[in-house]
Design a protein around this ligand. Structure first.
Ligand code: NAD
Length: 361
């Protein structure tokens, strides 16, 4: 029996998570998925009840769970709190507690939505990239760091880019393993011509590549990778990179698809326990209106099935159900197109469940 901790969070989080829970319940009740769900508080919703965004109870449940499904956190009413109490702080605490070092960010453009991208359809149609970003190391965490005052009185900011061999090896292994389930290509992105830490990155990735002769490896400097992502993005299959480069490139790749409401993510630890969440935030501007797109969260649950529960067939069925509702012309407001009726969050979730049922019967 797999245990899922469900953390709806703030804003549209509870709305999109509710639809995803319906999908998981359908898989449990009708497709034999052995799963049990528990619910917890995080973010502003947790602060309002417990005075902190990541209560002990939530942390304990997260550590016991096989997977965590998260909506989103944040909202204007909590923006003036001290940083340590802000909803967004809970995300960092949760990632650290779960030890999730591999952030998987797919950028998939559904052919039905090719018109949503800012790039020409022939550049992006069929796009399917998986960015594997190192999540708990590199310059975001390196010490020493800070702002110091020099003898001249001028202030100087400094951070440290640091990676050890084992940190690079484990993320590279993840990327190669994932490539084996896809098109067998890994592009490692670094800045080895300037930064020694990423010279080591390139060395270690090359060593790991030798253990995967069936996967083609290439290396690219990050400036070129940024350019290639918008010039000819379909050349990429799996991209593996450092924390900061991955942060930037994955947002650029996401925008190639043009629809923030469609993109899921997974963050995995050594033993495949994971945190699954849409890449979007709590969207306070549309919260409570029942118009948010739940597909990014539903697709995050599909990633949960694939990466934490090792149920690739069920994952593919959820993805096929999403594709089916798009084929049927259902569109939420964010992916609205002329000629297609706009549906709300609940109707979209219901349609995915109906499509799942149809493939089961
Ligand atoms: P956002 O992603 O919440 O919203 C950006 C825009 O996209 C908004 O116009 C919103 O309406 C739209 N949008 C987002 N998700 C959508 C969906 N599923 N369907 C339809 N439209 C959608 O980013 P933001 O406005 O910069 O941030 C809002 C709050 O969310 C802030 O408090 C921020 O800190 C927080 N945030 C949280 C996370 C997270 O929980 N992982 C991530 C990013 C931002």
């Amino acid at each position: 029996m797999k245990k899922v901790l469900v953390l709806p969070g703030d804003g549209i989080g509870p709305e999109v998570v509710a639809e995803t829970v319906r999908v998981l319940e359908c898989l449990r009740d009708e497709c034999g998925l052995a799963v049990e769900m528990e619910f917890g508080l995080i973010g502003g919703a947790a602060y309002d009840v417990h005075g902190q965004p990541l209560p002990e109870d939530t942390l304990k449940l997260a550590k016991e769970a096989d997977a965590v499904l998260l909506g989103a956190v944040g909202g204007r009413q909590w923006e003036t709190l001290p940083i340590a109490l802000r909803p967004e702080k809970a995300l960092l605490g949760l990632r650290a507690a779960m030890g999730v070092f591999a952030n998987l960010r797919p950028a998939v453009l559904y052919p039905q939505l090719a018109g949503a991208s800012t790039l020409r359809p022939e550049i992006v149609a069929g796009l399917d990239i998986m960015i594997v970003r190192e999540l708990v190391g590199g310059i975001y965490f390196g010490e020493p760091r800070g702002v110091r005052t020099l003898k001249t009185g001028e202030r100087q900011g400094f951070n440290t880019l640091v990676y050890s061999e084992s940190e690079i090896e484990r993320i590279a292994v993840r990327a190669f393993e994932i490539a084996r389930t896809r098109a067998h290509r890994v592009c490692s992105v670094d800045k080895a011509n300037v930064l020694e830490a990423t010279e080591l990155w390139r060395d270690v990735v090359t060593q790991v590549a030798a253990r995967y002769p069936d996967v083609a490896i290439s290396h690219m400097y990050v400036d070129n990778a940024a350019m290639q992502l918008v010039r000819a993005p379909k050349q990429f299959d799996v991209v593996v990179t450092t924390n900061m480069f991955g942060d930037i490139l994955s947002d650029a790749a996401a925008m190639l698809t043009g629809s923030i409401g469609m993109l899921p993510s997974a963050s995995l630890n050594e033993s495949d326990r994971g945190l699954y969440e849409p890449i979007h935030g709590s969207a306070p501007d549309i919260a409570g209106k029942g118009i948010a797109n739940p597909l990014a969260t539903i697709l995050s649950a599909a990633m949960m099935l694939r990466y934490s529960f090792h149920e690739p067939l069920l994952a593919a069925r959820v993805e096929a159900a999403v594709s089916k509702v798009l084929d049927d012309g259902l569109r939420t407001a964010d992916i609205q197109e002329s000629g297609f009726p706009v549906v709300g969050t609940g109707a979209m979730g219901e349609a995915v469940v109906a499509a799942l049922r149809a493939t089961h019967s």
